[in-house]
Design a protein around this ligand. Structure first.
Ligand SMILES: [Zn+2]
Ligand SMILES: [Zn+2]
Length: 398
């Protein structure tokens, strides 16, 4: 049965399907045409006016909402209608990426878990330079995301296996990661807005009730870097009334601005907010008191997500233990604290055993190793069954 993966863009699914069914360019073109359906295959910025009418039909809603990038635009526009559709997608100074982008870490994970990889919507959003999940730089492939006259689709699997073994470059600027997270949030319909009020609350106030835009814009430019803003078409000119920061502060004009501007403003405001939790760029230290050899930073992978507003990360360490940690950790040399342990590594299990053999109770062991009590119980059970199987293995050998 053919199905699309979570966050997979429609283009990607059809490209994979081409391998199993005899769908050629001619068939694709006759099915999807250029103006009308092409936007399902390619990205919405390339949709024409005639396509917009079809695109908004109720029966294509699910596809549009789950496997196209249009929810990203609809979130800030308070819904998409025929009138604002083309405007939101097309008419903007913002520069959208023209090539399909891929995260090397996501694809490596995909191959491990599902045996193939695919193009994700969240990696194709205008302004997305890094993966929101892995904080790795997105790889720009040679393939265009707009319909070509030859109507060629590119399967992410071929791109991954044939062309290169992408190097996972870790991004070192917090602003790009924060922007990527905001872009993804808009795609999922999460939107806070209220920029003017929040900027005032944070002290960007020229006089009572009037935002200090000059100061705000200087700080936003410093946060993202003038080069990056110019690269994506979001440059802020000192004092200009047409700056997106000022337009976003006007309820009337806000809805007509490209969603990426909203995400830029939101990422900046969140970086200023004291309750914002982040994890410093990895790799990270392991909180477990077990032997990691000469590795100072053995935790290479940290997958972050939010649970009811709290930042939660799942970490996998080279010592074999996987754990979750909450609330962020900005100092790279302080190990993140463990909230739950999902997988106990052999080194941790034997450390737990030696603490118990040394006379500690389970509760004392949990306290000494800074791990949850149930992890001690599970570690002991693991060590016991390992000892049993070793013993029975020994007997059959003799
Ligand atoms: Zn990724
Ligand atoms: Zn470890």
């Amino acid at each position: 049965m053919f199905a699309l993966y979570y966050d997979e863009i429609f283009y990607s699914g059809v490209a994979r399907l081409q391998k199993r069914l005899p769908i050629g360019r001619v068939e694709l073109q006759s099915m999807f045409g250029f103006g009308k359906f092409a936007s399902f295959l390619f990205l919405p910025p390339h949709i024409g006016q005639s396509g917009a009418a079809f695109f908004l039909e109720p029966h294509v809603r699910r596809l549009r909402e789950r496997h196209c990038t249009s929810p990203f635009y609809a979130t800030t526009a308070n819904g998409v209608n025929r009138l604002n559709f083309a405007k939101l997608h097309g008419a903007s100074a913002l520069r959208a990426p023209h090539r399909m982008q891929l995260c090397a870490a996501c694809s490596a994970e995909d191959f491990k878990i599902i045996g193939e990889t695919f193009w994700r919507r969240s990696h194709q959003l205008p302004g997305a330079a890094v993966c929101w999940k892995h904080n790795t730089q997105l790889f720009e492939t040679p393939h265009s995301n707009s319909p070509s006259t030859r109507f060629l689709l590119h399967d992410a699997n071929d791109v991954w296996t044939d062309a290169f073994q992408p190097v996972q470059l870790c991004n070192d600027s917090p602003s790009k990661l924060m922007l990527a997270v905001q872009l993804r949030d808009l795609l999922q319909g999460r939107y806070q807005g209220q920029y003017r009020t929040r900027a005032l609350q944070m002290g960007f106030e020229r006089k009572a009730g009037i935002p200090d835009f000059d100061k705000l814009e200087a700080e936003i430019t410093a946060f993202f870097g003038a080069d990056y803003l110019s690269e994506i078409g979001a440059t802020l000119l000192p004092g200009a009334q047409g700056n997106w920061t000022r337009l976003l502060s006007s309820p009337k004009q806000r809805r007509l601005l490209h969603s990426t501007y909203h995400a830029l403003f939101e990422a900046f405001l969140q970086s200023k907010s004291p309750k914002q939790a982040v994890y410093a760029n990895g790799p990270w230290r392991c909180p477990l008191p077990v032997d990691h050899g000469s590795e100072r930073y053995p935790v290479k992978v940290l997958s972050q997500r939010r649970e009811r507003g709290i930042l939660v990360a799942t970490a996998t360490c080279s010592c074999g233990t996987a754990f979750t940690t909450r609330g962020g950790q900005t100092d790279r040399d302080v190990a993140p604290s463990i909230s739950t342990i999902s997988k106990i590594g052999p080194k941790l299990a034997s450390r737990i055993c030696s603490e118990i053999k040394g006379g500690k109770t389970k509760r004392q062991t949990a306290a000494a190793l800074h791990i949850p009590f149930n992890a001690v119980v599970r570690g002991l059970a693991m060590a016991k069954s390992a000892a049993l199987s070793a013993a029975s293995f020994g007997r059959t050998e003799n």
